[in-house]
Design a protein around this ligand. Structure first.
Ligand SMILES: Nc1ncnc2c1ncn2[C@@H]1O[C@H](COP(=O)(O)OP(=O)(O)O)[C@@H](O)[C@H]1O
Ligand SMILES: [Mg+2]
Length: 318
């Protein structure tokens, strides 16, 4: 895992604009210690508590040590910049467009969603939602079509995150391809809505590196690069267990061993084989298989309903 963050003039970007009200509340709240009384017992909107909940959600994700560390740093950075702004210290626009590189199922979309929510609570974004799109949603078939399609997606994403999956494919087809027009429209949108839109370009590492190298204009516009590594077998197992726990299921000791064997039998892990997404598919099919097994039993107990047995494990995906 590597995270490369580069800032213009080697200085971190600062914030110039004044704070929207949610943001004000947030920074007021961080200046005094969080009191237990004001958290659970009151229904009052408490952005600081929300931030902590989102950070916990992120922390509960398996692995991703460097990503978590970076997000915490970013959060602290924004907080401190706000305090500097209050003291009338020099500020600059905060540039938060990002590139996420990594194989499918490595957690890119999940982290992007959490970042959107986090930035909303921190007052950086108004809504914090995420609009996911890919080449087909942006690139049209005739002159002018692409600009319209891109504008449409940008409009939906305003106040939140526009997440472009397999973004490198916009450069496919060379100069005459409408993908280039989509890139130009996106760059324009970044300028026009720089206070209220974060763009995240995602895709395979090598393809994204090439994409950025061949489009030098993009490099400076996306100062944050986060690399998502493939998960280890232990991490994939922990992800599987977490997915079961969230759904109120549990492995039996035998099925846990069988689950690990599924991964061990795969030999060297193919980088494109789906990481956590593959685990999710296995878990969802396993749950359906358990249901079929239990359906033929007259009175399954609560424990039966929770427990996954080795025979339930479904490995069609491997
Ligand atoms: N570190 C993790 N811990 C727990 N679940 C994860 C983790 N990474 C990914 N997942 C889950 O795996 C699935 C695929 O992840 P996703 O974010 O869509 O990957 P990507 O966008 O990189 O293809 C989602 O259901 C997600 O919640
Ligand atoms: Mg994704």
């Amino acid at each position: 895992m590597s995270i490369k963050i580069s800032f213009r003039n080697n200085l971190p970007p600062l914030i110039r604009r004044s704070l929207p009200s949610a943001e004000n509340q947030y920074f007021k709240s961080i200046t005094k210690p969080l009191q237990k009384k004001e958290s659970a017992s009151q229904n009052n909107y408490n952005p600081r508590q929300k931030v902590e909940e989102i950070l916990k959600e992120m922390n509960d994700m398996v692995g991703l040590k460097m990503v978590k560390k970076f997000i915490i740093e970013l959060q602290a950075f924004v907080e401190i910049q706000k305090k500097r702004e209050k003291e009338n210290l020099v500020t600059e626009p905060l540039v938060l467009h990002m590139i996420f590189s990594g194989n499918p199922g490595s957690g890119k979309t999940t982290v992007a969603r959490l970042i959107g929510k986090l930035f909303k609570e921190m007052g950086v974004l108004q809504k914090g939602h995420i609009i996911e799109c890919e080449r087909a949603d942006l690139v049209g078939e005739y002159i002018g079509h692409t600009a319209n399609k891109t504008r449409e997606m940008v409009k939906k994403a305003l106040g939140g995150v526009l997440f472009i999956d397999e973004a490198y494919s916009l450069a496919r087809g060379g100069e005459k391809d409408f993908g280039k027009e989509a890139i130009d429209s996106l760059v324009k949108a970044m300028e026009d809505h720089k206070e209220n839109l974060i763009l995240i370009l995602a895709g395979y590492r090598i393809e994204m590196d090439n994409f950025i190298q061949t489009n030098p204009g993009l490099k400076s516009r996306f100062p944050i690069h986060i690399s998502f590594p493939d998960y280890s077998i232990d991490e994939l197992m922990a992800i599987g267990e977490l997915m079961l726990t969230k759904r109120q299921y549990e492995f039996s000791p035998e099925s846990k061993i069988a689950f690990k064997k599924m991964f061990l039998n795969m030999g060297s892990f193919h980088p494109y084989s789906g990481n956590a997404r593959m685990v999710r598919n296995i878990i969802e099919k396993t749950i359906r298989k358990q249901a079929v097994r239990l359906y033929s039993e007259p009175n399954p107990s609560r424990e039966d309903l929770i427990r996954i047995e080795a025979v339930d494990l479904c490995n069609d995906d491997i």
